[in-house]
Design a protein around this ligand. Structure first.
Ligand SMILES: Cc1cc2nc3c(=O)[nH]c(=O)nc-3n(C[C@H](O)[C@H](O)[C@H](O)COP(=O)(O)O)c2cc1C
Length: 159
């Protein structure tokens, strides 16, 4: 089994998940930031990780999913976000990611909160209509934490 891990990460939250997946996967494996990632051709499993931006997967990963994930590939999606885990905001973003790739098999999905850059948080709070996820962002401090990472490792070893 040959696996590819591709991730996008500005402040390293999603990168931490990517590295935990890399450590937990058996067999041949490669890991790339999205800017350097090849197409998924020749891989049995691809894990694609993104951070949420404006309620969707960040633009680089949206483009990667649309253009470089080939048919017949098995996909594991992972993400970090300021919004609460399990919220509709997160579910909609995951549905959006899956919608970009209707033709592949989804092997699993893992998401958790990721600490939001405080400068971004201040700016966003000052908008006339702050987005829904902002209320949950205080609880994202310190995430992903060891508990998040061990839940992810468990999921990967059970794939
Ligand atoms: C410009 C910007 C927009 C964001 N938009 C959202 C959003 O719509 N929903 C959300 O839950 N989190 C949002 N976040 C929070 C990030 O998704 C979260 O902090 C994530 O863990 C960052 O991942 P990274 O460290 O891998 O870059 C936003 C962050 C930034 C910087």
């Amino acid at each position: 089994m040959k696996s590819l891990i591709v991730y996008s990460s500005q402040t390293k939250n999603t990168k931490k998940l990517a590295e935990a997946i890399y450590e937990s996967l058996e067999g041949e494996k490669d890991i790339f930031p999205v800017d350097e990632a090849p197409s998924t051709e020749g891989y049995d499993l691809t894990a694609v990780g993104f951070w949420l931006m404006a309620g969707k997967p960040d633009p680089k990963i949206s483009e990667y999913l649309a253009k470089k994930v080939i048919k017949d590939n098995s996909l594991f999606l992972f993400a970090t976000h300021g919004a609460a885990a399990g919220s509709n905001h997160v579910k909609n973003a995951i549905d959006h990611a899956i919608g970009l790739k209707n033709d592949v098999k989804i092997k699993g999905v893992f998401t958790c909160q990721g600490e939001v850059n405080p400068k971004v948080l201040e700016k966003v709070k000052q908008k006339p209509e702050p987005p829904v996820w902002i209320g949950d962002a205080a609880h994202a401090v310190g995430h992903p934490n060891e508990e998040d990472l061990s839940a992810l490792r468990k999921m990967i070893t059970e794939l």
